[in-house]
Write a protein that binds this ligand. Structure first.
Ligand code: FE2
Ligand code: FE2
Length: 433
């Protein structure tokens, strides 16, 4: 007696030939399996292997099975072409319908290759690349899955590769995963020594400012993750590592303010206005440009300045580690913006307009928030005598030039003209972020 199962990839077996099933691409030997007691578990996957219009042969020894299939095929939009009952045996031919059939190409046979036993996200992306565009009606179906029609349309708005997914995003995700550090155990908090009062106060203020800006870097990308189509899930995965990074930065900066930094300082209205203008952005690329290219880009220089002038190794360590993370965030912003600009030349105008709009919103913000400026000066002075403070002030002025020059370089790298780059850098918020 034949065992239940899929018989052949092509109807070339004895049974199939007998039943005039030249048109059947696959055949199922159902044996004594009842219709609702296991036979469908063989039939449905077999139909899934067929294109719409393909024919499946089913052999069964169950009495009355043809009636069951007749009703089922109607409901599932398949066609029962033929049923040939014989004594104790029935042969059916089912033509697969188009309606309700999962869409997409089966991933059967896909086998990922490991590299030295490892399997990173970049390798997966090479085998299952981003589609140029994605359908919001495929919902949370992972890229590569075949999707049964009829699901709801999801509120994703980032549905095209050009404006969503730069080609190196999986690589950045892999880097981020291996570069995670621990704000509790990786920092030698016990080594912090008391500082002179003015320096301690300056440090508390700087850390307050950093943490406040880090909060915006946590909130702004988080607003876009749920708008990204899951076909580009690596973008959401990368942004999730960025959120983890920003959470860690907030954590270490607040700890440093409260451990030997005299507690938190002032949150300025100018900083608040600047960060609010980031939070209200509705366009992903504009947000990546303003936050990551211009804002976090400028922060790289600020963090380097704090590291170079840090009063102790713990402070230097936390800003060095934060800067390494920020370098990755800036890299993502640059990649995202450059990739979008390659595909959409109107974007230059839109990004310039976004900088101008933000600058107009911040018209009342005339310079670096006062307490931040003073604290960075004191930090760089390392003392409060007149000569040291003058030197600290000079270093702070130099920092502003370095920030401007590096912003211009990034803008040139993104493809802006030298004039545009100068103008956009000048219009960037004096709050740095
Ligand atoms: Fe950060
Ligand atoms: Fe960041």
């Amino acid at each position: 007696m034949p065992m239940p199962g899929l018989m052949s990839g092509r109807a070339g077996s004895v049974e199939a030939t007998e039943m005039n099933a030249a048109q059947a691409a696959l055949a199922i030997e159902g044996g004594d399996l009842p219709f609702g007691g296991g036979l469908l578990a063989l039939v449905r996957p077999a139909l899934n292997l067929l294109e719409s219009g393909g024919v499946l042969a089913v052999h069964s020894r169950v009495a009355g099975i043809a009636d069951e299939f007749f009703t089922w095929c109607k409901v599932e939009h398949h066609e029962l072409l033929e049923s040939t009952p014989q004594v104790g045996y029935c042969r059916l031919l089912i033509r697969k319908g188009g309606l309700g059939a999962p869409r997409g190409v089966p991933e059967q046979g896909l086998e990922l290759r490991t590299r030295q036993g490892r399997l990173d996200a970049s390798t997966v992306l090479e085998s299952v690349p981003f589609p140029p565009s994605a359908d919001p009606a495929t919902g949370f179906a992972p890229r590569g899955a075949r999707v049964e029609p009829g699901g709801p349309v999801y509120p994703f708005v980032l549905n095209d590769r050009a404006h969503t997914a730069p080609p190196d995003v999986a690589q950045l995700y892999d880097q981020a995963v291996s570069a995670q550090w621990n704000a509790d155990t990786d920092i030698a908090w016990g080594r912090i020594k008391p500082l002179p009062a003015p320096l301690q106060q300056a440090l508390g203020q700087i850390m307050t400012f950093l943490a406040e800006n880090e909060l915006s870097a946590l909130y702004v990308p988080s607003r876009f993750i749920s708008r990204i189509h899951p076909a580009y899930v690596e973008v959401g995965m990368f942004l999730s590592t960025q959120l983890a990074d920003e959470a860690r930065h907030i954590d270490v900066f607040l700890k440093r303010a409260r451990k030997g930094g005299g507690g938190l300082g002032i949150s300025h209205a100018a900083t608040s206005a600047s960060l609010h203008s980031l939070l209200v952005l509705e366009d992903f690329t504009e947000a990546a440009f303003l936050l990551s290219v211009l804002g976090e880009g400028t922060f790289l220089d600020l963090l380097r300045f704090i590291e170079d002038n840090a009063p102790d190794e713990v402070t230097a360590e936390i800003v060095r580690r934060a800067r390494a993370d920020e370098t990755r965030h800036v890299h993502f912003g640059m990649s995202h913006v450059k990739h979008a600009l390659q595909h959409d030349k109107t974007l230059y105008g839109r990004l310039e307009a976004a900088v101008r709009r933000r600058s107009a919103t911040l018209a009342g913000v005339n310079g670096v928030p006062a307490a931040v400026q003073d604290s960075l000066t004191v930090l760089a002075a390392r003392g409060t005598d007149a000569a040291s403070v003058a030197r600290g002030h000079e270093k702070f002025r130099e920092l502003l030039h370095v920030m401007h020059d590096n912003r211009v370089k990034r803008l040139l790298n993104a493809g802006f003209t030298p004039e545009q780059a100068q103008t956009l850098s000048d219009l960037h918020t004096p709050n740095f972020m």
